[in-house]
Design a protein around this ligand. Sequence first.
Ligand SMILES: C[S@@+](CC[C@H](N)C(=O)[O-])C[C@H]1O[C@@H](n2cnc3c(N)ncnc32)[C@H](O)[C@@H]1O
Length: 273
Amino acid sequence: MEKKMAPCDSFLGWVLPKMNLRPEGYRKVRKQVCQRMKKRIKELGLQGFGDYRAHLENNPHEWEILDKMTRITISRFFRDRKAWEELGDRLIPKITRRANTLRRPVRCWTAGCASGEEPYSLSILWKEKILPSFPDAHLEIIATDADPNMLDRARQACYTKGSLREVPPEWIKKAFYRKIHFYCLKDPYRQRVSFHLQDIRKTMPEGTFDLVFCKNLTAMYFSRELATRIFKRISERMEKGAYLVLGNHEEIHLESIQEIRLFDKGINIYRKE
Ligand SMILES: C[S@@+](CC[C@H](N)C(=O)[O-])C[C@H]1O[C@@H](n2cnc3c(N)ncnc32)[C@H](O)[C@@H]1O
């Protein structure tokens, strides 16, 4: 006998493609998204997903609320450690040498930066590993996210121990101070990061970049068509020889983006030719 789909699953199967989102990307996080939706249905005094679908059809502004409910905000410092090792050992020194020759700063963008774990990881790596060999080099980190609450938390820069589990202990000692149950980042590691509220589907930061992180966002949650459009625009913002870092298991459909090539399959880093 065919198993009947749970109401939330069948609702997600209907609504996510309509929002240009990718249902497969939500497989591991659907429980969280369903809980948010059930809470919303209760708030509205509706009976279930069928009523909510009718509500959406009659109230266009509800799509914006739904959009917020589909955002997944999980992150941690030095997520996908191997990629960070390659960045610190080889790739960042390479782009730093080039930027130094051109007498300009190294420019990096982290898209979908959540509460700052990714841009601050880069800032810690820069200060602890790159600056000792390149004392005159400068780094600018632009961090963007569509969720203002995430950006508020990023600006506060205080984290639970769990999100630091991949940070080498000596760097925790150097870069953080304790504040009750939290670990807060010290000022010298915060200064080179600026945070901006931006929806990557609509806007991108000005200028061009030597390194772009777009992890666990575009390739994971957006439809193939939307993701390809965004990666094309990202590639226009990349300097020649710049690197693009994706999350583990994410991929770009390269056939429609000529300039970008897979640089290292094991760690999912792409390069602009
Ligand atoms: C799963 S987190 C990934 C965080 C980090 N990049 C990482 O890999 O650890 C995805 C982040 O993307 C943000 N986001 C979702 N939709 C977005 C959009 N359209 N534009 C910009 N940021 C978005 C979410 O608010 C969330 O902070």
